[in-house]
Design a binder for this molecule. Structure first.
Ligand SMILES: Cc1ncc(COP(=O)(O)O)c(C=O)c1O
Length: 401
């Protein structure tokens, strides 16, 4: 079967604006609040806190900045151990490195593609003085968050929930972003709602959020002159950016419903076509936000594809020879030739040249993260994609088998 390339690119997840964003921006212009403070910032914090069921929030320039401040608030200092999800974007762990921490990576469980709570316990047996545990709710699917929270409480270690990808998702009726002593959201351009770039630090502890605001505005002491007793950062969100966020937040539920429709449609159609693959799973007690629909191609199909082609030989110098299967590369290349964006699963941190020297606590029988990285692929999940366009994307994928 041959296809005509799409005239307009089908994206993984691109911004969807609605109009209210511009009204909030115009209001800021009218009042000349073009600064990292103002009504939009204050209200965006209140609205983001309300929608995640958390009492306090600090609006920041990025999710990465939120994680950085979270690690400082958790007492991470040079040499501290931070127990981190292995299969995630590097931004989950990079801010711990800014503070000179030593990460320990945790393999995933098959039913959520997130850090395995029993391996978190094992890691805490080995590193009882760890300062933080960081699950990452991959692609909008909650980790087993209450189980991880229980472990953190029992072991007296700070839970920092990286909810960058999971705004609007929940686990056992509680919102993602609200499980940790500190939670972090991202409003990067590709997220479920976006401010073009931005983040939010969430906490029940008002003092921690006040401290985060203080640190994010260069740690200026309340003196008439510039007085600094500690290190500060320029991490505060602008009032213009916060205006975009306020307009977007109004439409969060709609975005989640659309993403869910896309996920379901992929699942149903792949099943109807009898393709040898499954969708990214989610725990029974969870409501993901379905940010990115992903597939996992059956092992035997990947094994067969890889028996005739050594993909790793095409990328000399690559660490460990573990990479997406030849069938995954074929789907990516095919879809790209038709102007459709796909993306490999986040390459696990323990396979990254920068991070591979740090400890990795894995499942004993097989490494779940390496398996998912090899057999998985993120599919276009843009809510502006029509059902007809999605059907064509599905046919394009089917043509690869
Ligand atoms: C899991 C995860 N953590 C952290 C971040 C960092 O967020 P930001 O890009 O807003 O700094 C992202 C997204 O970019 C992410 O996907």
């Amino acid at each position: 079967m041959s296809f005509k390339p799409f005239e307009n690119k089908i994206f993984l997840s691109s911004p969807t604006m609605h109009g209210e964003e511009m009204e909030f921006i115009q209001d800021a212009f009218k009042k000349n609040w073009i600064a990292p403070l103002g009504e939009n910032v204050d209200n965006f914090e209140k609205e983001a806190a309300a929608c995640t069921g958390v009492s306090h929030a600090a609006a920041l320039v990025s999710g990465t900045a939120g994680l950085h401040l979270a690690f400082r608030l958790a007492g991470v200092t040079p040499g501290s151990t931070v127990i981190c999800q292995d299969m995630t974007f590097s931004a989950t762990v990079n801010p711990a490195m800014y503070e000179g921490a030593k990460p320990v990576f945790i393999d995933s469980e098959e039913d959520s593609w997130n850090m395995d709570p029993k391996l978190v316990e094992k890691a805490l047996d080995k590193y009882p003085d760890a300062k933080a545990v960081v699950p990452a709710n991959l692609y909008g699917t909650p980790a087993h968050l209450s189980e991880i929270r229980d472990i953190c409480r029992e072991r007296k270690v700070t839970l920092v929930e990286d909810a960058a990808e999971s705004l609007g998702a929940s686990y056992k009726g509680e919102h993602c972003g609200s499980f940790g002593a500190l939670g972090v959201l991202s409003f990067n351009g590709n997220k479920i709602i976006t401010t073009s770039g931005g983040g939010m630090l969430l906490s029940e502890d008002e003092e921690k959020i006040k401290k985060a605001r203080f640190m994010s505005t260069q740690a200026r002491e309340p003196y008439p002159w510039y007085e600094h007793k500690e290190l500060g950062f320029n991490y505060r969100m602008s009032n213009i950016v916060a205006g975009i966020g306020r307009g977007q937040l109004i439409h969060l539920k709609e975005h989640v419903a659309e993403k869910k429709r896309i996920y379901r449609h992929y699942g149903e159609q792949f099943k109807a076509l009898g393709l040898p693959l499954s969708m990214n799973p989610y725990p029974a007690d969870s409501k993901p936000n379905f940010w990115l629909s992903s597939i996992l191609v059956d092992s035997d199909v990947c094994d067969k594809a890889d028996a005739s082609k050594d993909i790793s030989a095409e990328y000399p110098g690559m660490l460990s020879g573990i990479c997406p299967s030849a069938i995954i590369m074929k789907i990516m290349k095919t879809l790209s030739s038709y102007n459709v964006e796909t993306r490999p699963i986040w390459k696990p941190m323990h396979l990254q040249p920068y991070y591979c020297s740090y400890d990795f606590i894995a499942n004993e029988d097989h490494c779940v993260d390496e398996d998912i990285f090899r057999r998985g692929l993120c599919l276009p999940s843009d809510i502006k994609m029509t059902e007809a366009e999605q059907d064509t994307v599905i046919d394009m994928i089917a043509s690869c088998f």
